[in-house]
Design a binder for this molecule. Structure first.
Ligand code: KG4
Ligand code: ZN
Length: 335
């Protein structure tokens, strides 16, 4: 087997995940998504920590079984150090430290946002450095110039809600189940994206703002349902398509400015919102028009997963970037 053989753990939010990578090749990628939060309409941190505690060992065992790797074959153990929920990070971090100590192998602390970006290196086609990455997830929205696997600069980010939150919060206003992003995406496919014009958050530089959209949608629905209580039901696809269109316009406007100003022609999309069909299509079309090359990872490596943590750990292993046993989780870890 190619080396190094790395076991990676991801537990930053509500997905418990483990992956095994050998010599940069992914051998297993296992994710257990927590269902418990659906009834609360959002992630409940205390319940997330408890669920990680229950799922983590079975998920690790399954990853090792699928990879046909024994614990004694491992060269390193990696974990997500942050950003994320403190209790959730503690469960994965503590497990990784204990296993590394027991096996007497190095420990690798991985930044979750770097991992979303480096997910592009798991499978071909892989971007070439430097490239521009738009990372859009439930917790973050960032424009990053990726100079190498270890050198990245955040040039723009959200000043309030993340793009995924904008999807989830507006979906909630429409009565869709949590997390609303995928449901909104599905409805939007049948709708007219220009039927209801919502405000595009205008920010200087390359930053983003989504809280105005949520407020605009809230007031609009309140006004319309006062006149017609069935307004949402009667117009659901058009409402979803119009909201999605606004989020996409907001994202792509800043991305275009950033790419042009920095002379970058390779554009990558990362994070859970990269699963959005409208965003994928609009970005693909934009890149075709501009003559840019576009990179969107497979769905399993867009949403939270440990494969991306393993890939990042592989680069860190090559650079001898190891953590010590005293390292602790950092919920606000910067890129
Ligand atoms: O990266 P991720 O799995 O977790 C975080 O680190 O946040 O992203 C989850 C986010 C959620 O907000 C979810 O609604 C959104 O990604 N999402 C989508 C779609 N699939 C997932 N948003 C819009 N359209 C989708 N198809
Ligand atoms: Zn994430």
């Amino acid at each position: 087997m190619r080396t190094p053989v790395i076991l990676a753990i991801e537990s930053s939010c509500d997905d418990t995940a483990a992956a095994v990578m050998a010599g940069g090749e992914i051998l297993a990628n296992v994710v257990a998504t927590q269902q418990v939060h659906e009834q609360y309409g959002g992630v409940v941190p205390e319940l997330a920590s408890r669920a990680h505690q229950q799922h983590l060992i079975p998920v690790v065992q399954e990853a090792l079984r699928r990879a046909k790797v024994a614990k004694s074959d491992l060269d390193a153990v990696a974990f997500t150090q942050g950003p994320g929920l403190l209790g959730s990070l503690l469960v994965g971090g503590m497990f990784a430290k204990t296993l590394a100590l027991a096996l007497n192998k190095p420990l690798i602390a991985v930044n979750h946002m770097r991992a979303h970006i480096l997910a592009h290196f798991i499978r071909a086609p892989r971007p070439v450095f430097p490239f521009l990455c738009l990372t859009v997830s439930g917790g973050h929205t960032q424009l990053v110039i990726v100079r190498s696997a270890l050198e990245m600069d955040v040039i723009g980010q959200t000043i309030d809600d993340a793009a995924g939150e904008a999807f989830d919060k507006t979906a909630k206003l429409l009565g869709l189940p949590y997390p609303g992003g995928p449901h909104l995406d599905k409805q939007a496919r049948q709708g007219n994206p220009t039927r209801f014009p919502f405000p595009v958050g205008a920010m200087p530089g390359y930053d983003f703002s989504f809280s105005g959209l949520k407020t605009a949608v809230m007031y609009f629905l309140r006004q319309q349902t006062a006149q017609n209580p069935a307004f949402i039901q009667e117009n659901l696809p058009d409402l979803c398509a119009s909201i999605q269109h606004t989020i996409i316009l907001t994202l792509l406007r800043q991305l275009t400015r950033a790419a042009e100003a920095n002379g970058l022609t390779q554009i990558a999309l990362a994070g859970g919102v990269a699963a959005n069909s409208g965003l994928r299509a609009a970005l693909t079309q934009l890149c075709a028009e501009k003559g840019w090359e576009v990179f969107i990872p497979d769905f399993e490596f867009c949403t939270d997963n440990a494969g991306m943590v393993a890939m990042t750990a592989h680069f860190q292993y090559e650079a001898s970037d190891f953590a010590d046993q005293l390292s602790s989780p950092d919920p606000r870890l910067k890129l």
